[in-house]
Design a protein around this ligand. Structure first.
Ligand SMILES: C[S@@+](CC[C@H](N)C(=O)[O-])C[C@H]1O[C@@H](n2cnc3c(N)ncnc32)[C@H](O)[C@@H]1O
Length: 256
């Protein structure tokens, strides 16, 4: 199949009637419907993209590079590329080959292949394949939650150390609250959102089962602490919809 013929369809991955879903994977089937899955499963996804573009535009210093970790089909990279000057270089990393293949296709179709580089790296590894040289903006959206808790400090520390002064990490995560009732309300409201977007009870339940061992959310304060103890001087939430949260983390050593 030619690069520009990779199809992208409607998400019905969890509609089939099997006993129990196996652990969620970013495989070929998921990659094929991922863009639809994201807008129907992440509240305010398009508005978040706008905020991320604005923040990147505000903080990126000339000559520095934008890195997107867990870049999936390349949406965030392409949106940021559109908001920044032609000279800006962007690099996306992912450990799913089907996702990277789609990202390459999308980037080529958008005429951005000369500015956007797509690379394989596993964020659970020792990170030697993760080259973040000259980083000015790093985005890590809906991806840290899939990195094993034991590897999160190492990753955030590497991002902090790679950023120049004034550089930022933009991180979006599903979060827990400190209260079990509140967690239940938030999840109920989230499932209402999924129903409104056309997912059946069966699909909602099966995806929940599939993500159980794979997606490990932290509380907002645990994430803030993670970013701070690995160097970030300023950590601010810039977005929240119930249990979906965006963190803006700034490397700002000047005032210290
Ligand atoms: C929910 S998606 C990210 C969505 C994307 N950042 C966006 O906002 O449009 C998570 C992505 O992270 C990737 N991923 C998960 N675990 C990873 C790991 N250990 N190393 C690298 N990428 C990983 C998946 O393949 C997937 O493409």
């Amino acid at each position: 199949m030619e690069r520009d013929e990779v199809p992208s369809g409607r998400d019905s991955v969890f509609s089939r009637d099997t006993a129990r879903a196996s652990d969620f994977e970013f495989n070929e089937e998921v990659a094929g419907v991922f863009d639809d899955m994201l807008v129907r499963s992440v509240p305010c996804y398009l508005e978040q993209q706008r905020l991320i573009q604005q923040i990147a535009g505000r903080f990126l210093v000339e000559g520095r590079t934008v890195y997107d970790l867990g870049c999936s089909t390349g949406t965030t990279l392409m949106n940021i590329a559109g908001a920044l000057g032609q000279a800006t270089r962007l690099v996306g990393y992912d450990n799913s080959t089907p996702m990277l293949e789609r990202a390459r296709n999308n980037v080529a179709k958008a005429g951005l292949a000369d500015r956007v580089d797509l690379r394989y790296a596993d964020l659970n590894d020792n990170l030697s394949a993760l080259d973040l040289e000259g980083a000015g903006v790093v985005t890590l959206c809906w991806t840290l939650q899939f990195v094993r808790p034991l590897g999160r400090d190492r990753l955030v520390r590497k991002i902090y150390e790679s950023l120049g002064e004034g550089g930022v990490l933009i991180c979006c995560e599903k979060i827990l609250t400190n209260d079990s009732d509140m967690n239940r309300f938030f999840v109920d409201f989230y499932y209402d959102f999924k129903r409104r977007n056309g997912y059946s009870e069966h699909e909602i339940l099966r995806k929940r089962e599939a993500l159980e061992n794979v997606l490990v959310p932290y509380r907002a304060d645990e994430n803030t602490e993670l970013f701070k103890r690995n160097g970030f001087q300023i950590v601010q939430t810039f977005f929240q919809w119930y249990n979906f949260c965006g963190f803006l983390c700034v490397k700002s050593t000047k005032e210290l």
